[in-house]
Design a protein around this ligand. Structure first.
Ligand code: NAP
Length: 369
């Protein structure tokens, strides 16, 4: 059996950390006996934790394309699992460009992460019914209004095809659950709503109605990355790649913004942290976004992108490679306390303000979002 060297990015993060932990778990480790995993970390202090998870740390940053190329070539990487950041074209190009230069008899594979909003109404995809990952999404992206996320995803498949690399994009909607990695263990959207509710004694949602996002538990999205990795190894499931099917939605359920605020309100009211057991709409929205921006510790653009609107995905393609999510929306409702406890353990402290890319996002993106 040929041996495959695999590079993980994002191993100190919420999703990538969970994937690395699950990769190392003894019950699935045997799937990867002909693979060695290398993990890119920015801080050398993370190296010991990576080694404990049966992976080899490589210290570096995706911001240095020449250094990325060197470490990919030096370690004869033929598969990359990129879970570090979405919507960063320079990073995707650096990784794909480096993989293209590797001399190997192995097939080359590139598995990367994107955000579910590419197929939501906030990016003007223009659908309210569930979008399936079995649809021709390459053609649908070309027919839809221009949107940075979709354009980048199309470019990834195009660049990979030109370089003879098989490409797979995993779409993350709202990810929840406690991460299993050694670094960041908490997500973005639900923790922000919980923190905002605690600090303002009121759980809030954006518009009334049934808009919301598809959801996936962090362990399930990690499993999808690992199923795809296993599929790419010799003897694995045949997994569709590239333009003609390299689209994998990580979805198992849906939560509306109102339902989420009600869940937060009910839990925090029971703990005495909010005044009402029911969620309320943010004052001023949609015209004035200043209150949610302050309460969620975010920017107007990011509020509109990930705390409002509809992302309604239907995951079907992952089933063809044996992906069966273990958690769903019913589980989330019944175990909502498990979302609150890690944030309570952090004393509801706000994290860093979330930004997208290296520009001021309100300038870099359409103002009418
Ligand atoms: N969580 C969600 O619900 C969700 C949903 C949709 C999309 N996403 C997106 O998916 C990506 C991963 O999500 P996450 O929740 O796992 O994020 P996270 O916990 O913030 O982790 C990000 C990871 O990327 C690494 N990283 C960032 N910039 C890097 C660079 N220039 N060079 C090398 N490594 C770099 C970080 O390393 P350090 O530890 O060194 O910072 C960390 O390991 C993010 O872009 C996120 O926006 C997340």
């Amino acid at each position: 059996m040929p041996h495959t060297n695999v590079l993980f990015t994002g191993a100190t993060g919420y999703i990538g950390g969970t994937a690395l932990y699950k990769y190392s778990a003894s019950d699935i480790g045997h799937h990867f006996k002909n693979a060695s995993v290398y993990a890119l970390v920015r801080n050398p202090a993370s190296s010991a934790a990576v080694e404990e998870l049966n992976a080899t740390p490589l210290v570096g940053t995706l911001d240095d394309a020449a250094a990325v190329e060197k470490l990919v070539l030096d370690n004869e990487i033929s598969t990359i699992v990129h879970m570090a950041d979405v919507m960063n074209e320079a990073h995707e190009r650096a990784l794909l460009g480096a993989l293209a230069k590797v001399q190997t008899d192995n097939e080359k594979h590139y598995i990367t992460i994107a955000s579910g909003d590419s197929y939501g109404n906030v990016s003007k995809f223009g659908r309210h019914d569930p979008v399936s990952d079995l649809e021709d999404l390459y053609a649908a992206a070309a027919a839809a209004p221009p949107y940075m996320g979709r354009a980048l995803e199309t470019a990834i498949h195009d660049l990979a095809e030109e370089a003879g690399i098989k490409s797979y994009i995993v779409y993350a909607p709202l990810v929840y659950g406690k991460g299993l990695g050694f670094g960041n263990q908490t997500s973005v959207q639900i923790p922000a709503v919980i923190r905002g509710a605690y600090h303002h004694r009121e759980a809030n949602h954006s518009h009334p109605g049934d808009e919301g996002w598809s959801i996936v538990h962090v362990e399930d999205i990690a499993d999808l990355f690992l199923k795809l990795l296993a599929a790419t190894l010799p003897g694995g499931y045949p997994a569709k790649s590239g333009k003609a099917g390299g689209y994998y939605f990580a979805e198992a359920g849906f939560v509306s913004w109102k339902q989420l605020a009600d869940l937060v309100a009910a839990d925090l009211h029971m703990r005495g942290f909010v005044d009402s057991p029911q969620g309320k709409q943010f004052p001023g929205v949609p015209e004035d976004r200043s209150v949610p921006v302050q309460r969620l510790n975010t920017s107007p653009f990011y509020y509109s992108l990930v705390f409002a609107g509809l992302v309604n995905l239907h995951a079907q393609r992952g089933r063809s490679i044996g992906w069966t999510p273990k958690y769903d929306d019913k589980w989330l409702v019944e175990h909502f306390d498990t979302e609150v406890e890690p944030i309570l353990a952090q004393n509801f402290k706000y994290g860093a303000r979330v930004e997208v890319g290296d520009k001021d996002i309100d300038e870099a993106w359409p103002s009418d979002l």
